[in-house]
Design a binder for this molecule. Structure first.
Ligand SMILES: C[S@@+](CC[C@H](N)C(=O)[O-])C[C@H]1O[C@@H](n2cnc3c(N)ncnc32)[C@H](O)[C@@H]1O
Length: 280
């Protein structure tokens, strides 16, 4: 037996459907038929840690054990894809600075700008936003900014809170922004003044109880996560985000994502380098 097969516990089709449906109901991520190997590979080691020899026993643990909620959190650490980097899809970030914020500032009644980076993974997105706000000086004097970053993965959230990054996170970073980091032993820590407006928390975009904590948002980023959802989950998530946004608030989603056939709560605007939605 090869080392690889020795490490994997066999997942039957029936067990796959049970676990896949449970994951889908919990967070909206939908694993198609041909993705069975992902669950088999990523969860096998977890089963061994817990001394399970079959996925069926593990499924019953997930369904009925008093520690089932904690275990679902653990599963999400293993099944989510946390790929991200600083200044990803820069065209949208620049649009936020040069168009969205100046427009919002014209009509705002309070002097607080609220931005939510939903599904922020390890935090590069909310810190990129904070850096650009500071660097551009776009906000008039007397304005306060609140930036929220949330993600389902507890591991990703812990990394986002630590705000320490390796070089790989800077693969698309223009050199002038490196002054917002402190380098030590090949690790880059986000400067305190950039971290200060950013508040990171765990949250499930599918759950109104979690998303309901974010209200009166001026701008929401929800990029590169809708691709993992089916139509029904996308609808629920977008409805939750619409409820969080102010009328005329801005929503940025990933380049390969669309709200077509998902929601009519938004107007679509093509700004050349990308698309932005505004709440009706
Ligand atoms: C590929 S990353 C995108 C990170 C960042 N927005 C970007 O564009 O670079 C997708 C993130 O979505 C998170 N995610 C998946 N399902 C989620 C859910 N139901 N609620 C909140 N976050 C979720 C994952 O944990 C993962 O960190």
């Amino acid at each position: 037996m090869s080392i690889l097969t020795a490490q994997v516990i066999k997942l039957t089709d029936e067990e796959y459907k049970l676990i896949r449906d449970m994951v889908y109901e919990y967070c909206g991520i939908y694993f198609q038929e041909h993705k069975k190997y992902i669950i088999e590979n990523r969860l096998s080691r977890r089963l061994k840690q817990l001394n399970f020899t079959s996925f069926k026993d593990y499924y019953y643990f997930l369904k009925y054990d008093r520690k089932k909620d904690e275990e679902l959190v653990e599963i999400m650490n293993l099944l989510t894809i946390n790929e991200t980097y600083f200044f990803r899809e820069l065209g949208q970030l620049k649009h936020m600075i040069s168009v969205a914020i100046p427009e919002l500032v014209k009509s705002k009644s309070d002097r607080v700008l609220r931005i939510w980076s939903a599904a922020c993974s390890t935090g590069e997105e909310p810190y990129s936003i904070s850096i650009l706000l500071k660097d551009s000086g776009v906000l008039p004097a007397g304005y306060r900014v609140e930036i929220y970053g949330t993600d389902l993965s507890q591991d990703a959230v812990a990394k986002a809170k630590a705000a320490k990054y390796r070089k790989i996170s800077f693969r698309s970073t223009e050199p002038q922004y490196m002054k917002y980091f402190r380098e030590q032993d090949a690790e880059f820590t986000v400067n305190e003044d950039v971290r200060l407006p950013v508040k990171i928390d765990r949250g499930n975009l599918l759950l109104p109880a979690d998303t309901g904590r974010y209200r009166n948002m001026d701008i929401v980023f929800c990029r590169n996560v809708l691709i993992y959802f089916d139509k029904e989950s996308k609808r629920k998530v977008i409805e939750n985000l619409a409820n969080a946004l102010q009328p005329q608030g801005y929503l940025y989603i990933g380049h390969s994502e669309t709200l077509f056939g998902i929601s009519d709560a938004f107007r679509m605007n093509n700004f050349g380098e990308g698309i932005v939605y505004t709440k009706k």
